[in-house]
Design a protein around this ligand. Structure first.
Ligand code: FAD
Ligand code: EPU
Length: 339
């Protein structure tokens, strides 16, 4: 176990914020992780787990241990005529796993192509895009209980997944370190999901009548690269806020005042609003304050043009929340984890 002191985090998060970790350690196996957690310098000190750093904002230096997950591995657990169940190590890069499946013609996660970060962070917020969420295919999470250092198998139902939610973000926050994720994939190359509006439209425009797993993956990659900033060029963590859901009755009122409001049907008498639209209507899109800004193409994405501090990005997010609440009476919630 090698512990680094005063470790720069700038290139370990996609926001590329200039923050320092008091201590930094990487782990590649479960045994190594257990050793780290039970060793005197870490025990009793505060720590956080870092994957690819694509959904975190360091609001300042971190005065504890940053433990970076590098556990890899791909293992077929079982197979039936229709499905194959594969367990992926939590430190595997999510997009590499998607490409592995696409190249083997295993379907189910192609809509989640190009999402940055690691497999282990996927269940934390139940990653989702283009009509699919991780909860649709995840069968089991294997996780280390931080207190007992025992490994627990957690089923899909026990994860209590919701839109950008799970027990790992709420009731069990900080209680587990995810070690691996098992996913159910289909062996039928024609079984794809193109129900999401912009995906279906793009597939039609390309003249594809019977899309394959690879067609869907390629199209999702095409759409994503056209509207989301590349973190290697401009620091960002994807959508900074969640799309808010409001009661249908409140939506009817808002719609009469703002007929152009962008919305999607949601569960149980609720309507989901496009937070990007709300933010754009408040005039934030493309705004820049020093090196902190709101992306010019996608108002839901806050960006670091170079040397913005975590505080500056955070303060900008506060101003956006206040202004959207002031105009629409809707309070945005952050998707990004503030540390
Ligand atoms: P990190 O940022 O390292 O960590 C995120 C949180 O998970 C932290 O609280 C961390 O402590 C915790 N964590 C990480 N690993 C573990 C573990 N093994 N065990 C326990 N806790 C852990 N997200 C979507 O859902 N859909 C999208 O379409 C999408 N698009 C994006 C596009 C861009 C350009 C970017 C930059 C981000 C996007 N994201 C999207 C957000 C992000 O990619 C995902 O949330 C991703 O799962 C984060 O993975 P990570 O490894 O980088 O997590
Ligand atoms: N819109 C605007 N102005 C903007 C941005 C968006 O008016 O500046 C409106 C447009 O009408 C657009 C609609 O909002 O049609 C939806 O925009 P988009 O399709 O880009 O999706 P999103 O709601 O902004 C969500 C996820 C993304 C995910 C895409 C595709 C959340 C918070 N974000 O974005 O996830 O990739 O859908 O499924 O749910 C992430 O979580 O980090 C992320 C990027």
């Amino acid at each position: 176990m090698k512990i680094y002191e005063n470790y720069p985090l700038k290139d370990l998060t996609t926001f590329h914020i200039n923050a320092i970790a008091k201590h930094y350690v990487e782990f590649t196996t479960v045994d190594e992780l257990k050793e780290i957690l039970s060793s005197p310098p870490v025990k009793g000190n505060k720590f956080i787990i870092l994957g690819g750093g694509s959904n975190v904002l360091f609001s300042g230096d971190y005065n504890g241990f940053v433990l970076c997950n590098k556990i890899t591995g791909i293992e077929t657990v079982s197979a039936t005529g229709e499905n194959i169940f594969i367990k992926f190590g939590a430190g595997e890069k999510w997009h590499d796993v998607v490409m592995y499946c696409v190249n083997h013609n295993y379907g189910g996660i192609e809509n989640l192509s190009l999402i940055p970060g690691t497999v282990g962070a996927g269940p934390i917020q139940n990653i989702g895009a283009y009509g699919v969420e991780l909860k649709d295919v995840l069968t089991e999470v294997s996780a280390l209980d931080v207190k007992t250092l025992e490994i627990r198998k957690i089923s899909n139902a026990e994860c209590k997944f919701g839109y950008r939610e799970s027990i790992f973000k709420s009731s069990e926050k900080g209680a587990y370190i995810i070690l691996s994720v098992t996913i159910r994939l289909t062996k039928d190359p024609q079984k794809v999901n193109v129900t999401y509006g912009s995906l279906r439209k793009e597939i039609e425009t390309m003249g594809i009548t019977s899309p394959t797993i690879k067609d869907v993956s390629d199209t999702v990659i095409k759409i994503r690269t056209s509207k989301l900033p590349d973190p290697l060029k401009i620091g960002n963590a994807g959508s900074f806020f969640k799309n808010p859901a409001i009661p249908d009755s409140s939506f009817t009122k808002l719609k009469s005042e703002y007929p152009g409001i962008v919305s999607f049907p949601s569960a149980d008498g609720m309507t989901k609003l496009a937070a990007g639209w709300l933010i754009e209507q408040c005039g934030w899109k493309g705004k820049r304050f020093g090196d902190a800004g709101v992306h010019i193409e996608q108002a839901l994405v806050l960006v670091n043009y170079g040397n913005a501090t975590g505080k500056e990005i955070y303060n900008l997010s506060e101003r956006i929340i206040e202004s959207v609440n002031g105009k629409f009476g809707v309070r945005l919630e952050r998707e990004v984890n503030i540390i």
